[in-house]
Every structure is written in structure tokens, then in C-alpha cells.
Design a protein around this ligand. Structure first.
Ligand SMILES: Cc1cc2nc3c(=O)[nH]c(=O)nc-3n(C[C@H](O)[C@H](O)[C@H](O)COP(=O)(O)O)c2cc1C
Length: 190
């Protein structure tokens, strides 16, 4: 199967996750293209299935991802697709934060008018060493509030790579069961 992965990223974690998903799918015998939403990605019309990912910053996803989805919405509605959201809230010990993260994803997809067959939440990373002074300050405040580490001399990765691998595998299973339109399949929420 020809699968396209399009991602939005700000500090690189969603790009890393996208390439990892791509590697998992290639190991499963699929032909995969991984593209940055901000770098003129190919049309989904050239593929059998699509996976789109974006990360949350201040409760919002990268505008290039919204632009990609809305520009290709008619094609996306006719093919199997999955959306993955990368953020830190989902790695929190507080259920409220998880709910908020899921709501951001649900509102985004509703606004975009896209109903992928699968939607999942993936924990991202705290990249203190990449942030400028102001961003580092904000992230330390958020981290303190969530009981996370504020030692900004290091970066911290919360991504569960086994869960990411399972998401990729589950997607190919679902695409085989529902090969035509996303709208005909029962959406799976993780
Ligand atoms: C300035 C800034 C704002 C952020 N805002 C949120 C947020 O509102 N909710 C959240 O769960 N995570 C938030 N995060 C965490 C990011 O989603 C996380 O670091 C993710 O790994 C970033 O992925 P990327 O490297 O692909 O951009 C924020 C991170 C930064 C640097």
C-alpha cells in the first residue's frame, strides 16, 4: 500500500515520530512518503492512505496542517486516514489535562471537517535546550504546575515508542478492513 505521512512540527518531535511511523510501515512492506506540511507536501490523491500529525503549542496546531487538510478535504474524505496529536498534556498525571488534549484534537478535526478512521494522542518532548529564554521560562512554569522536572539543563522525551508502533500497525489493519472511505468506518479513539 502507498501511504503518505504529513506532519507539522515546531521543535522536531512530531517529525521524529512521523519518521518512526514511516519506518514501522516500511518494515510492514508498505511504500511510504513522509512530508513536512510547511514544505509543499504531495497531494493525498497519489496515495492509498494518509496519516497526518501535528503538535500542540498554546492549545493550537501548526496552521500548515490545517491548511493541508482543508486544501485536500474532498480527497481526504474519500480515503482512509489517521490523525495523531503530539503534546505534553497527555503525559500528565492529571486526567483533566488528558481531556483537554483530546478536546483540542476533536475541535481541530471538527473545524477542519475531517473524520479520520483513527485519532490518537502521543506524548511529545520537553526540549529545554532548544527553547529561547522566554519559552524556557514558560515551559518551566507549566512543568512545575504539572509536577514535571524543571531542570532545564537537559531535554526530556515522553514519547512511548511502543504505543506509536502499535498505532501504525493498527492503522494498516483498519485500512485493510475498511479500504474505501473513512466515513464508512467506525472511528477509533485512543
Ligand atoms: C511554547 C510551547 C507551548 C506549548 N503548548 C502546549 C499546550 O498548550 N499543550 C500541550 O499539551 N503541550 C504544549 N507544548 C508541548 C509540545 O506539544 C511538545 O513539546 C511537543 O513535543 C512539541 O512537538 P514538536 O517538537 O513536533 O513541535 C508546548 C510547547 C511549547 C514549546
Amino acid at each position: 500500500m502507498k501511504i503518505l505521512i504529513v506532519y507539522g512540527t515546531t521543535e522536531g518531535q512530531t517529525a521524529k515520530i512521523s519518521h518512526f511511523i514511516g519506518g514501522t510501515l516500511k518494515d510492514g512492506g508498505h511504500e511510504v512518503t513522509v512530508a513536512d506540511a510547511s514544505q509543499t507536501p504531495p497531494s493525498p490523491a497519489l496515495y492509498d492512505a494518509v496519516i497526518i500529525g501535528a503538535s500542540i503549542h498554546m492549545h493550537r496546531y501548526q496552521s500548515a496542517v490545517l491548511h493541508y487538510i482543508t486544501s485536500h478535504i474532498e480527497t481526504l474524505r474519500k480515503m482512509p486516514g489517521a490523525f495523531f496529536s503530539v503534546c505534553l498534556a497527555i503525559a500528565s498525571d492529571f486526567e483533566e489535562e488528558h481531556k483537554e488534549a483530546r478536546k483540542i484534537a476533536a475541535d481541530f478535526l471538527k473545524h477542519a471537517g475531517w473524520e479520520p478512521v483513527m485519532t490518537t494522542q502521543i506524548a511529545g518532548a520537553l526540549k529545554y535546550r532548544q527553547y529561547d529564554f522566554f519559552t524556557r521560562l514558560i515551559m518551566k512554569m507549566i512543568a512545575r504546575k504539572e509536577g514535571r522536572t524543571t531542570d532545564s539543563s537537559k531535554d526530556y522525551e515522553y514519547t512511548d515508542w511502543n504505543a506509536v508502533r502499535e498505532f501504525a500497525k493498527e492503522f494498516t489493519v483498519r485500512v485493510r478492513i475498511h479500504p474505501v472511505a473513512a466515513g464508512t468506518a467506525e472511528p477509533v479513539r485512543y
